[in-house]
Design a protein around this ligand. Structure first.
Ligand SMILES: Cc1cc2nc3c(=O)[nH]c(=O)nc-3n(C[C@H](O)[C@H](O)[C@H](O)COP(=O)(O)O)c2cc1C
Ligand SMILES: CCCCCCC(=O)C(=O)O
Length: 391
């Protein structure tokens, strides 16, 4: 029998018999406010903030909330199985931790803690190339757990090649290439404080550990750290890239490649033509194009455009188990979660990230069961209706 994630519910109640209650709220939408109180203004603005006036991030939430589940009754759901196959991998549930850079500004254990939490719960961890911990050290913390690598496509091909080689050697199996950040967006919460972690030398350790990156420096990092940081800023992404450039990535990665940040059906079709394996329908959690379409509103169009030719993943705005259910119903194969696990990390390290994963999956398990589904496979558009008046 597959694991019932919902058992976490009774584990909590039983622990309560000895007076223990969860250290963090089980309504994950409350974590942001707690994090606002815990972290300093720079880091908190960076993680909670988004592009422009924040309307894209709000639209992400609204697009999920507007869709309401229509539960079905009297279907046998006593044995449930949340496992799914994604890109040829069997996952215990349709969830992965999204790539988030610079985790050292949230918690000293940074990416290692997030990766260990994902490994402990069996969900894939997507390591950001802008991580504050070198690739190899994160891999070591994870044992043989499922790990994916996110690429910011550096201007210098040798740096990109070096990252891909290191990630492959460290056992990362799926490559996630982020397309929506060729430039950093207009982010008022960071601008008003003149705070970007990378310019304070924080979070660049993965680049600094890279031999190809270091070979481009006139002096060693410790002799001129500012020059090294500026070299990173100039290198991290390249707004000149076009679709044919993906050939280079394809030639240098022999596992599945997923393009992150796809919202337009025609871009999804181009991903098929470019020989890609999947896309993440995402607007970067509302952090890039201010005023962009909500990710959940873009999802059905992308799914319709590519059918079974690509694996469609989803992120941006997921905060609850029912949000995951809704993304599955709109056609996503699995969901990536971003800020909620970062808040868990900021508030309680590895345990906080595990708490977030367990809450999301327990709530998803219950939402499935209470809506008449024993597996994600049976969930579809007919399970949803739109309520334009929903708060
Ligand atoms: C602080 C922060 C840093 C991020 N860093 C990266 C990154 O390095 N690479 C990347 O592809 N996406 C990055 N993202 C975007 C996430 O992968 C993901 O798309 C987004 O957080 C999903 O939205 P959500 O936070 O509403 O769940 C970052 C997001 C946040 C909040
Ligand atoms: C100048 C480097 C910016 C890296 C962007 C990290 C990210 O994806 C985000 O902040 O969002």
């Amino acid at each position: 029998m597959a694991k019932h994630w919902a058992d976490f519910q009774y584990e909590i109640y039983l622990n309560g018999m000895t007076g223990a209650v969860p250290r963090l709220p089980t309504d994950l939408t409350r974590l942001e406010e707690l994090t606002e109180r815990r972290l300093g203004p720079g880091p908190v603005g960076y993680v909670t903030g988004s592009a422009g006036d924040g309307s894209t991030a709000r639209a992400n939430r609204a697009a999920l909330r507007r869709r309401r589940i229509v539960p079905r009754m009297l279907r046998d759901v006593h044995e449930r199985d949340l496992s799914v196959e994604v890109l040829g991998r069997g996952l215990p549930a349709p969830l992965a931790l999204a790539p988030v850079g610079v985790l050292s500004i949230m918690h000293p254990d940074a990416e290692r803690a997030a990766a260990r939490a994902a490994a402990a719960q069996g969900v894939p961890y997507v390591l950001s190339s802008a991580s504050s911990t070198p690739i190899e050290q994160v891999a070591e913390a994870m044992g043989d757990a499922e790990r994916w690598f996110q690429l910011y496509w550096a201007k210098d091909r040798e740096v990109t090649r070096s990252f891909l080689t290191r990630a492959k050697a460290a056992g990362f199996s799926v490559l996630v290439v982020t397309l929506d950040t060729p430039l950093l967006a207009w982010r008022p919460r960071d601008l008003d404080q003149a705070y970007l972690p990378f310019l304070h030398g924080v979070g660049t350790a993965n680049y600094f550990s890279d031999p190809a990156f270091r070979s481009g420096l006139a002096k060693p990092v410790h002799e001129d750290p500012n020059a090294a940081v500026m070299h990173f800023v100039g290198m991290f992404a390249d707004p000149a890239k076009t679709w044919p450039d993906l050939t280079f990535v394809r030639e240098n990665w022999d596992g599945p490649i997923v393009l992150k940040g796809v919202l337009h059906p025609d871009d999804a079709r181009q991903a098929v033509d470019a020989g890609m394996d999947g896309v993440v329908v995402s607007n970067h959690g509302g952090r890039q194009v201010a005023g962009s379409v909500a990710a959940a509103d873009a999802l059905p169009g992308v799914v319709a455009a590519v059918g079974d030719r690509l694996t469609v993943l989803f992120d941006s705005g997921v905060r609850t188990g029912d949000d995951v259910f809704k993304a599955l119903a709109l056609g996503a194969r699995a969901v990536l979660v971003g800020r909620p696990y970062v808040y868990g990390l900021a508030l309680d390290g590895q345990a906080g990230v595990e708490h977030v994963i367990r809450c999301l999956l327990a709530e998803l398990d219950l939402t499935l069961a209470l809506s008449g589904h024993a597996t994600p496979a049976t969930v579809g558009p007919a399970d949803l209706m739109e309520d334009m008046a929903a708060e």
